[in-house]
Write a protein that binds this ligand. Sequence first.
Ligand code: SAM
Ligand code: SF4
Ligand code: SF4
Length: 345
Amino acid sequence: MSLVDTLGRPLRNLRLSVTDRCNLRCAYCMPEEDYIWLPREELLHFEEVGTLVDVFLDLGVDKVRLTGGEPLLRRDLSELVRLLAARPRIRDLAITTNGVLLAEHAPALKTAGLGRVTVSLDTLRPERFTALTRRTTHAQVLEGIAAVPRAGFTGTKLDTVVMRGVNDDELADLIEFARTIPAEVRFIEYMDVGGATRWSMDRVVSRGEILDVLGHRYGAIEPVITKMGEPDSTAPAERFRLPGGLTFGIIASTTAPFCRVCDRSRLTADGMWYRCLYAREGTDLRGPLRRGAGAAALAALIAGGWRERADRGAEERLALRDRAPLVQIAALRQDPHLEMHTRGG
Ligand code: SAM
Ligand code: SF4
Ligand code: SF4
């Protein structure tokens, strides 16, 4: 019998954070001046990642996404990609990157067997990028994005966190830019998660507003319908088509969360396993692994955790009346695993 949690959700999607370090300081993710980093000796070696991934595959996972922090900061990442690409049970092997180092790495990632690339791109304006990320590497990000199709990748996505008063006037520009790559933009609602200590509801640009703005600009927007006659809302993104045929996605994690169908969990670079982006508690898999636990024992630990899973973090947040950032700075400092850049977005 297949493994499901208390709400009948299967375990399919594994987000693998390979480092907690980052070469940007996005205001919605890492707004502070300094951070406490995971000790290097606690990071999983690639073989350890492979062992844990095999257990997840045995339990039903078939999609793996490399993330971070900035995954391209992990040395020899292509080696890990090669090791994972050799596992045919992974139907979809992808990466989410900020793109800064992508131009130099894209060809090797392709050769190693990576399937798809998502690049986070919040603005087309260099000065805005600098204000938002406290770094001056916007040109490198654009070069990185251009390198993705050159390396032979298709199905590329550009993920944009939309923030009121920051980049909400660039929605159409980003869609037009994506067409030239070619790629598809997905607009993500600003979430009150992890290190987003400056979050407030009035900075969130909702799915509804995004559709209104684009509707005014382009005319009637239709949901993308699959061959089965259903809206193409392969969670988490809902996909839409503009009158000219261009498509884009919206990930309404804040105002219309998709917890009911959430099949994802997250493994941090030091082997903590979290069953929800908002979860306070995780399961240490590195400890048992390094103490010699075999595949069966690890599978029992993971399966037990998944069977008990009742998480609906974003839905519970939505039900709150006075909503403020989830975690305060002091708590983040005590447990960096609560950070989005540690947990992997
Ligand atoms: N550094 C890589 C990157 O930025 O693509 C991968 C890790 S990052 C944590 C993964 C995704 O989480 C990015 O697309 C980022 O925009 C998103 N993210 C981070 N903080 C967020 C927040 N507060 N609300 C919504 N999305 C957020
Ligand atoms: Fe930005 Fe990604 Fe780095 Fe967070 S982890 S600061 S979203 S680049
Ligand atoms: Fe899944 Fe938790 Fe996000 Fe809901 S809040 S979609 S349960 S990770």
